[in-house]
Design a protein around this ligand. Structure first.
Ligand code: AMP
Ligand code: ZN
Length: 109
């Protein structure tokens, strides 16, 4: 499948990897929108949040976020999941944005 995040998970293309386990990888966003901006993805391909078929996958993705932020010394951060083009999704492999290091406005644009 021609999916850039599958290729990152499979190490076919390089990324700035910051975390990896059996099910999940996290890597720095290529076009960071904050001083800290990384993405957490399941290794298995799901095109969006709508396709996830197992509660375990949610647990795998979200449980690593406080682990990673703790290691980075981050206590406050924004998490974003864009689902569908109109919501801003451009890569159709589910990913959670984690951003920190600046103030964020609400509502998100
Ligand atoms: P979204 O718009 O929510 O689908 O987010 C996709 C994100 O993936 C954007 O923030 C891009 O900057 C990021 N991105 C795209 N290609 C890469 C890549 N090869 N390595 C790291 N981040 C990427
Ligand atoms: Zn994929």
């Amino acid at each position: 499948m021609d999916c850039i995040f599958c290729k990152i998970a499979g190490k076919e293309i390089s990324s700035s990897l910051i975390y990896e386990d059996e099910n999940v990888v996290a890597f720095n966003d290529l076009n960071p929108q904050a001083p800290v901006h990384f993405l957490v993805i399941p290794k298995k391909h799901y095109s969006s949040l709508n396709e996830i078929d197992s509660k375990e996958v949610f647990a795998q993705i979200f449980s690593v976020i406080p682990e990673i932020t703790k290691k980075l010394g981050i206590k406050e951060y924004r998490t974003v999941v864009n689902t569908g083009a109109s919501a801003g999704q451009t890569v159709f492999h589910i990913h959670v944005h984690v951003m920190s290091g600046r103030n964020f406005t609400w509502p998100a644009g």
